[in-house]
Design a protein around this ligand. Structure first.
Ligand code: S5P
Length: 242
């Protein structure tokens, strides 16, 4: 069962090279923390990523919210990914027909396919990647989750995991990633609901926590990123030693 295996064992079980690499980083850096750097100026993002880089396995971006996006931003981000050994996840949530998604993923201004190790898609249009939402009243439940899992298994050469609020399968190679995480719980004024790292990784048995404002909104992001890393990794260790 995935939830009782080590990241190392799961990396060995995975066929997908990106999944193997991610499990490897998680094991070596003792980090199942992704930071979502949802800032709107390139320089602020680069500065934040350099600060939190030592503590994360993944840096998640939303490049379409950046006001001054350039190719130089991408090359700086890639250098930091090498320096700190993390993967870049562009949280684009593709949701259109294949032909349009091909253009959106490979072309346009952002050329996401050139630099993002990981991206994601809703499964509403059919086979693709997967999305289950943390916002209240979201519709990604029941049959949607089942169909999504089927799509992932049918395309496991391309799919490395899911965005989900609790573990949706025990397949060792799929990584369950949970957004909507804050040490103090709570929510925001637009429907976001927060769970704690321990609740996500120990109680709901997911693998990796995605933290945005809990880290990017504090005055000492590096120290706080380390706190989240320790909390999420300890919850993983507690889970596998059960
Ligand atoms: O269901 C979801 C899926 C995602 S990817 N709920 C989410 O909040 N996210 C993303 O995680 C969201 O787009 C944002 O980038 C991040 C959460 O940010 P925070 O500041 O609320 O921690």
């Amino acid at each position: 069962l995935a939830s009782s295996m080590t990241f190392k064992q799961r990396g060995e079980a995975a066929q997908n090279l990106v999944a193997r690499r991610l499990f490897n980083i998680m094991e070596n850096k003792q980090s199942n923390l992704a930071v979502s750097v949802d800032l709107t100026k390139s320089a602020d993002i680069i500065k934040m990523v350099d600060q939190v880089g030592p503590h994360v396995c993944v840096v998640k971006t939303h490049v379409d919210i950046i006001e001054d996006f350039t190719a130089d931003f991408v090359s700086k981000l890639q250098k930091l990914a090498e320096k700190h050994n993390f993967l870049i996840f562009e949280d684009r949530k593709y949701a259109d027909i294949g032909n349009t998604v091909c253009h959106q993923y490979g072309g346009g201004i952002y050329k996401v396919a050139d630099w993002a190790h990981i991206t994601n898609a809703h499964t509403v249009p059919g086979p693709g990647v997967v999305q289950e939402m943390s916002s209240s009243g979201n519709l990604a439940t029941g049959e949607y989750t089942k169909e999504t899992l089927k799509i992932a298994r049918d395309h496991s050469d391309f799919v490395i995991g899911f965005i989900c609020q609790s573990r949706i399968c025990e397949d060792p190679e799929f990584i369950c990633m949970t957004p909507g995480v804050k040490l103090e719980g709570g929510g925001d004024s637009l429907g976001q609901q927060y769970t704690t790292p321990r609740d996500a990784v120990f109680s709901r048995r997911t693998d990796l926590v995605i933290v945005g404002r809990g880290i990017t909104g504090v005055t000492n992001p590096e120290a706080v990123a380390n706190e989240y890393r320790l909390a999420a990794f300890a919850s993983y260790q507690e889970r596998i030693s059960q």
